[in-house]
Design a protein around this ligand. Sequence first.
Ligand code: MIG
Length: 826
Amino acid sequence: MESNTPNPEELTSKIVEIKNLLEEEEEEEFHHLNNPADGIKPIIKKYLGIPNHADQIGNKFYFTDGDAKVEVVVVTDEIIRVRLAPHSVFLEEFSYAVPTLEHKAAAFTLYEDDNEFRVATKSINCHIRKKDFFISFSDSNNHVTSSDAVPMHWEENVQFGGYYVFCTKTCAKDESFFGLGDKPTELNLRGKRLKNWNTDAYSFAWNQDPLYRSIPFYISVNEGIAHGIFFDNTFKAHFDFGAEDKTKTSFWADGGELQYYYIHGPHMMDVVKSYHLLTGTHPMPPLWALGYHQCRWSYYPEAKVRKIARGFRENKIPCDGIYLDIDYMDGYRCFTWNKKYFPDPKKMISELAADGFKTVVIIDPGIRVDDNYWVFKEGKENRYFCRRSDDYFMEGHVWPGRCQFPDFTNPEVREWWGGLFEELVEMGVAGVWNDMNEPAVFGAGTFPDDVRHQYDGHRGSHRKAHNVYGMQMVRSTYEGLRKIMKNKRPFTITRAGYSGVQRYSSAWTGDNVASWEHLKLGNIQCQRMSVSGIPFCGTDIGGFSGEPDGELFTRWIQLGTFSPFMRAHSAGDTKEREPWSFGEPFTEINRKFIELRYRLIPYLYSTFWEHHRYGFPILRPVVMHEQDVLLNHFRQDEFTYGDKILVCPVMEPGQIKRNVYLPKGKWFNYWTFEVLEGGKEVTVDTPLQTMPLFVKAGSVIPEYPVMQYTGEKEIEEVKLNVYYTDYEVNSFLFEDYGETFAYEQDIYLEKKFVVNGNSRKLTIGQSMEGLYTPRYEGYHFNIIGLPFKPHKIVVDGKTVTAFTTNADGTMEFKYSKKFKQIEIGK
Ligand code: MIG
């Protein structure tokens, strides 16, 4: 590094000298006051001063104004982390969100000139302005994407110690904001002020804030360029996207460190992928978890559970998962059974399993204070429960009555809790549902601030641990199950979470309401969670509280068919809520869509793999496809499921038509095969029997035969729906055992299809990678949209004569799964 500034040590000692002088003077003034408190300086916000010095230790750069220090870490070519230490002492490195900070940047350099210090990677620059310590970021074209509007600042917190920490950046005129988890508001967060503090929000309303999750990650799109900010701070945190002052974007927290990652795009997809690089992705779910799930508060006794299960098979509506809500327990004591309602749970679960149902049970964090209850006794003896500042145990009321709560931020407690699932797994339970883990407490809402947490050795109060409590609970659940189930994939679902929760669990949006407004909200929330790093998400289909009519329920089933997680759920004081509860024509339509869900399972599973392996979200809002079109920043109805199927749920009663925006390119109407040119809105008929669905030209959409549950029958062939294109399009199919972790040892198959065509022919190429061999032998091709009458099929040099052409213009034939190149000609 080149430098012509004065020797830093000299400078620092000068500053210290001046400071001492100033302080001495103050002391002089202080002496003979009767009330010495008069002389105490008020607490004011402090701002970074003038950076006078830069230091480098490997990929870490330090800048100081003589008192406060700023650390700039080069994480990758696209990610830079900034930290502030008000008096030069950084907190120990620890994050539940980022388990290991990768250092992958190939090359980086520190530059200095009269105006600034600049840390540069191949793709981005972090500028530290000498005049005022403003920090800004630019890309390799010198385009500034993010810059401070005031220097980073802080304010001492007298009550708890530490600081409130603040960062304020400029907000451009047409800048849009996305992300932040489950906020129940417009997809574009521009103009909103929002808070992160996990909250049990029964029957939440539009714009209610905060809800169940804290995901301090947002994506900005401005002038067609995207970047992300991940403010990794677990304290109560606040975001203002041009709400108070339309020229400023701020984020701040009630404690902890001002620490954020700047994540460069330029595409929203790049930002999301980089965010997943930091916080991890969702493991592959067991295949059955992608099926339809039926839940209710609660199905009991056993006879009722069996009746519901039978209802599915009798009505021929596919279903894989059935849930037991809190009433299966003995007095709501976790890990126990109400023997009156469920005299022989193991027998019931195994008989359900024989009929294709996986049983998922709810487990809450509150443990009943009861010396005759083994879980409480073990927790008490080992001091596993949370305690208040004066060492009293934290007690609060939840479903079981008076409860204590395990400190899931303690690794020893997590280990113990994980082991408690042994008996449930032995009985055949396949999945666990963690509820009330914000944590929720009746009356008080949550724990008092003074509750202490072990925080993996980095101790803190509930102010610091609140937002991660639920995530650590489901982590303990997932890790415990994984150990007990050996090589089988556990299924977990959680209500609360913090960034990184996706490494351990799926999520649902909590206690929504049976209303059309909530259907809209659910659509937005699923898209938002998807771009915020929570890929496996869904809503309570039908609405948790209140009564949907048949139409609303069916429209919700349609949305749910294209939610990564598909589960109907309802509160105990509502009418029966199964897919056949509303009579015809609803039952038939619900069946048709749930069947569609099952046919598309190989497609969804492949999309899940793209998420797990590469960090792509499963749902992608339109803006993610075309972020350079400003109008798209405000579209929140349409999204794609994976990258091939565009979905637009119908969210108004009695709607028989609606407009749908199609991104550029050619799209097939899924129902009619009509080809439409994208880049504009089209009007689509929306009778209750259908919903707007479009498939991108050139796609290969794999399909399984409809089954009543995943794995009901051996797959004998896979149907490949191939949509004609006149430009090259790639599609992927991922296959593996579906329920083990063998994929971690590369036992899987990733197939790639390349489709291209012109007015005389269509070609389909296949290549594959991986070590897995599926049992089926052949493909059943269904070719859609050929612009010519096909006469000839040549596969790997051989002519295939057996094919059929149908009245709707499609053509079908079968061939071995091993093909390499197919040519269909005129
Ligand atoms: O205080 O377990 O969001 O899905 O059915 C209510 C009973 C507790 C809230 C969950 C809901 C669940 C319910 N629970």
